[in-house]
Design a protein around this ligand. Sequence first.
Ligand code: UD1
Ligand code: MG
Length: 451
Amino acid sequence: MSISLIVLAAGQGTRMKSDLPKVLHQIAGAPMLVHALRAGSALSPDRTVVVTGHGSEAVAAAATDYDPDILTAHQATQDGTAHAVAQAEAALAGYEGDAIVLYGDTPFISEETLHRMVEARTRHDVVVLGFDTADPGRYGRLVMSGDRLEKIVEFKDADDSTRAITFCNSGVIAASAPMLFDLIRAVTKDNAAGEYYLTDIVGIAHDRGLSATAIACAEAETMGINSRAELAVAEAAFQARARAAALDDGITLTAPETVHFAYDTVLGRDTIVEPNVVFGPGVTVESGATIRAFSHLEGCHVSRGAIVGPYARLRPGAELAEDTRIGNFVEVKNALIGEGAKVNHLSYIGDASVGEASNIGAGTITCNYDGVMKHRTEIGARVFVGSNTMLVAPVKLGDESMTGSGSVITSDVPEGALAIARSPQANKPGMARKLFEMLKSRRAKQAKEAG
Ligand code: UD1
Ligand code: MG
């Protein structure tokens, strides 16, 4: 069965009180729209159409950033969910398979639920995703008889007995695409909100002798986000699931509730993550690495046996080979750290490569930026960089070379050479004592003058 997705993302999200379109607010480092698209991608859709409205340029850009093949359709006025779906018709021209309607602000529908919808479609023309809830609030109510979905009644249009129903509409609907658009053409605005309700297609389907059903999923999956408070709840829900999944995958989290994951964090088995570690997007950690407390990682790869932190910062393009050591207050950006190399204290290594088994002394800085352009530092294998060396890029240190502590290295160091670039030391015998005496007598004189 071929599937396409129609993802509604035109709403303004007034309750977010934001200049940013609602679906671009982030959960675990990705816009909630991207979470919805990732959920839908489990069905390997033929085509995906995102319906944009408020902030349409930014929303479309986020969608095509995620996947350049995604199509977008613009809904100029928000006239209701059926009207929104209708905007996707041109993008699905000539497509005969199924369409599933998803929502950019409902990011947590599971793969398993979507597969169950597809399965139910083999028995019914229209399949709606519902959920049972103790607090049905203003959701549309699903009126069932057996497994037949009779109709969906919006809260505003419901009488008291219908409002008493606790089986609610998530909004997610599956049907054959040509039939879906055909049913939508019969939808009118004749309701309490004066909008084109997508939910009306169920009644219309019955009028045409078609069948409709609803399947249920956990309420947590259909969680919609309308306010900052709900965004925070969604973030917490995501983090709780990510922590549980990590523990289940054989990762040690010594204080799980303090570790923050991104939507795409990948940790290998037997990784140990200490308290208060933050993973930004794009992090892969191989088996058996240790990420020590208070480290912040983003866009980086950590190989087997590496130890990172405490208090380390790995920025995009940091690539740590096996058994490397990145210690406290060390920042690494766009740099390859070779096998067994150590950068243990208070350093910045950016736009650089460090060869295997090299040791970078405390306080070393790759001076990669000249105020206008960035330059590379290349450090060979088994190099010893003395503490507080400034490596003024572009610069290369050959294999097995050394720099003296406190050096400012501005030109290449040949293989095996020792580079010292600092002013020579001069010792003045007895001078310190003389200076102390002079200063003390000056202070005494000043105190006397002040009375
Ligand atoms: C809708 C359903 C309701 C369901 C609820 C679940 C209808 C008529 N009602 O109600 O049965 O219980 O969702 O949350 O479908 N959107 C557009 N363009 C529009 C209108 C909406 O893109 O013209 C998008 C919104 O951005 C939002 C989603 O569709 O993501 C749902 O719209 P919303 O107005 O929140 O519908 P509800 O009244 O909540
Ligand atoms: Mg809503």
